[in-house]
Design a protein around this ligand. Structure first.
Ligand SMILES: *Cc1c(COP(=O)(O)O)cnc(C)c1O
Length: 402
């Protein structure tokens, strides 16, 4: 494996593995030492169409040699087209473009509060969120996520977020008060450990929001753009949100995000009340359109759904072969979690030793989230490497489990 030489000048907030990558193609990465790795992490569900997809590269070069950025003071036809396509493919009427998942969630929260305000309910500003949630690392989104490890040492928690257990409709009902503006939830918790929220619970939230005049926000930063075998995960439940955020897979690796909404939910965001310098620039918008060219092509999402089924079948067999390591297989489409009997960090390290990238998550889960362009042979190869990682973990001296 490669080693990074000089002391790093980067703030040490990340525990990085000792490997660097030089290039990629599809589901494969080549390290700076020239070794090939199978990428079943997709840069945390970001490289949705794989590395160096020819259409993405062609778009980057074409748009990059023409125009990158003019600001939101002027028209951006690529952005108009991208927004129209997102709206046409979803529940949404309108789109606000941002640059990261957290920023899209900030837009969603502001949009919901402002809608309540413009309707004469300035007292309604609180947002209900769920235990195990992850909504980003800005000051407001760490308050929304509610996790102590992300809040600690950063001063007073931003006011206005109430957290309750997922799955308990009565607890949600009881937590809604005169100050509640919105409910925000990931249809499948990603960082929380690929925890699929029951469709019946989402339906219950929808009904509750309708009854109490609240806005329903789906954080699909991780689940969106085909990851679960549908364009957005809400389609599995049939429950439509008022506001939805998308980021990770949206630009295939180019940083961009979007906050989608019904016209009614977005009513409060009038000229001048919200903005971003970078959001929706010409380069990002061209690349976003290129992602949609691929993901919304006929048959693409059905293929993802089919491969997801295959992957989960193979992983169920893996669990049967290694019951001391794998406890449970869960997820939807190509967003799969293995609940483990060993620490997920150890498992990811064992997989890395087999030249396979996977991503640890909460709840003792490791995420298997390959690029959506993965094929059957790569799934078989990835599962073979996961088996080798399990075998290596079984051979090591016993450690405390969970
Ligand atoms: C990754 C993630 C975020 C945060 O996205 P950033 O781009 O890191 O700000 C928010 N919500 C969910 C569900 C995520 O998975």
């Amino acid at each position: 494996m490669d080693s990074v030489q000089a002391p790093s000048a980067i703030v040490p907030t990340y525990a990085r593995a000792n490997v660097a990558f030089d290039r990629g193609e599809g589901c494969w990465l080549v390290s700076t030492a020239g070794e090939r790795y199978l990428d079943f992490g997709a840069g945390i569900a970001v490289t949705s169409v794989g590395h160096a997809h020819p259409h993405m590269v062609e778009t980057l070069i074409r748009q990059g040699s023409k125009l990158w950025h003019v600001s939101n003071l002027y028209q951006t036809p690529e952005g108009e087209r991208f927004a129209r396509r997102l709206a046409d493919a979803t529940f949404a009427d309108l789109v606000f473009f941002t640059n990261s998942g957290a920023e899209a969630n900030e837009a969603a929260i502001k949009m919901a509060r402002r809608r309540q305000w413009i309707d004469g309910h300035p007292e309604r500003y609180r947002v209900l969120t769920f235990e195990g949630a992850f909504h980003g690392r800005t000051l407001a989104t760490i308050a929304a996520g509610g996790q102590k490890k992300y809040l600690e040492g950063f001063g007073p928690k931003v006011e206005g977020f109430d957290q309750i257990p997922a799955g308990d409709l009565e607890a949600v009902e009881a937590a809604v008060g005169p100050e509640t503006a919105a409910i925000m939830i990931e249809p499948i918790q990603g960082e929380g450990g690929v925890r699929v929220i029951a469709p019946a619970f989402l339906r219950g939230l929808r009904a509750l929001c309708d009854r109490r005049g609240l806005l329903l926000i789906f954080d699909e930063v991780q689940t969106g753009v085909g990851r679960t075998g549908r364009f957005f995960a809400y389609e599995h439940s049939g429950v439509q949100p008022d506001i939805l955020t998308s980021a990770k897979g949206l630009g295939g690796g180019f940083p961009m995000s979007a906050c989608l909404a019904t016209a009614d939910a977005a009513r409060g965001l009038t000229a001048g009340v919200h903005g971003t310098t970078f959001g929706g620039n010409a380069l990002a918008m061209a690349i976003g359109n290129a992602t949609l060219d691929i993901v919304l092509a006929p048959g693409f999402l059905d293929r993802v759904a089919g491969l997801g089924l295959l992957l989960r079948q193979r992983l169920a067999e893996l669990k049967d072969r290694h019951p001391g390591i794998v406890d449970e297989v869960r997820g939807e489409g190509l967003m799969v979690g293995l609940k483990l009997h060993v620490p997920p960090g150890d498992f990811a390290a064992a997989a890395l030793a087999q030249k396979l990238l996977v991503i640890p998550a909460g709840d003792n889960v490791v995420r298997i989230i390959p690029p959506l362009v993965v094929n059957e042979e790569e799934i078989a190869e990835g599962v073979r490497r996961l088996g080798a990682a399990c075998a290596a973990l079984e051979r090591r001296p016993a450690v405390a489990v969970e």
